[in-house]
Design a protein. Structure first.
Ligand code: G1P
Length: 287
């Protein structure tokens, strides 16, 4: 099957980040670093690795640090070059003009609404979505694995990840159908089901490949869980009209929207590093 390639990715980054106050009062939560790289950069790197060319950020007030991060910093670059220092560390923050697009979500009224704000830029082609709070670690990366699966089955694919039953009320949850290796047919989707009502333990960890029709569905989407316009509800309406699968991710996942998850991610990725891994390991052993 030949599928239209996935060229565009949407990054909803308009959220207030109230769970990380006071750190996120003036700084976007997406700029919180895991070791030495902001969360948003991990998501963008994962998109690039998957062959995605155009990055669409749905931003809000107070998020200009993200725009600056993906821009040229003349002072920094000139000073570093003059001192003979390598610019490798900021290489992946660079884009060709026009490959980074910003659209403003004026009110934070849900993930579904944030995605819908990008409808004119996404246009009539399939696209990816990354929730940068969710740090997905594997090689190849999560989205590259999903794009490969997409080349086989097309349609809509959400990432799937198993969590303990006492966590299912925090996420979008999948009703699984037929299983074919890592691909699971999606027969239902529910956002934040009350405890004890979840159809499975398979949650959606913030990676999606969706057909553009989802934008039409979002157009008329009523508010759902938390009185927000939910992407999960719009996706649920597409089941049956187009192929819909979950791709079970086998790598490591860190929910960096959560303080414990964020600290865990920093420890895990620090331990992986050649430059600081041994020092951090020794400290943990001492603890
Ligand atoms: C969002 C989505 C949810 C998904 C989660 C992943 O929820 O609505 O379906 O499972 O991200 O982190 P939020 O964390 O914005 O409440």
């Amino acid at each position: 099957m030949t599928q239209k390639p996935i060229r565009k990715a949407v990054f909803p980054v308009g959220g207030l980040g109230t769970r990380f106050l006071p750190a996120t009062k003036a700084m976007p939560k997406e700029m919180l670093p895991v070791v030495d790289k902001p969360l948003i950069q991990y998501a963008v790197d994962e998109a690039r690795e998957a062959g995605i060319e155009q990055m669409i950020f749905v931003t809000g007030r107070g998020k200009s640090a993200i725009e600056d991060h993906f821009d040229i910093s003349y002072e920094l670059e000139t000073t570093m070059s003059d001192r003979g220092k390598s610019l490798d560390a900021i290489e992946s923050t660079r884009f060709a003009p026009g490959d980074v697009v910003y659209v403003r979500q004026q009110e934070a009224i849900g993930l579904g609404h944030a995605i819908w704000c990008a409808r004119h830029i996404v246009g009539d082609e399939p696209f990816a979505i990354f929730l940068p709070d969710e740090l997905m670690v594997d090689s190849p990366g999560c989205m590259k694995q999903m794009v490969e699966a997409y080349a086989r089955v097309g349609g809509n694919i959400v990432c799937g990840y198993e969590v303990p039953a006492d966590q299912t009320d925090k996420y979008g949850i999948i009703t699984p159908g037929k299983v074919d290796g890592p691909l699971v047919e999606v027969t239902g989707l529910v956002e934040k089901p009350p405890r004890g009502t979840a159809p499975s333990n398979l949650m959606i960890p913030g990676r999606y490949i969706l057909q553009p029709e989802v934008m039409r569905v979002l157009e008329g989407q009523a508010r759902g869980a938390g009185n927000e316009i939910q992407l999960t509800d719009a996706m649920a309406q597409m089941i049956g009209t187009q192929p819909f699968h979950a791709y079970k991710f086998g790598g490591r996942r860190f929910d960096c929207g959560d303080k414990a998850g964020f600290i865990t991610a920093n420890i895990a990725l620090a331990l992986d590093r050649e430059d600081i891994g041994a020092t951090v390991r020794a400290f943990i052993a001492e603890l």
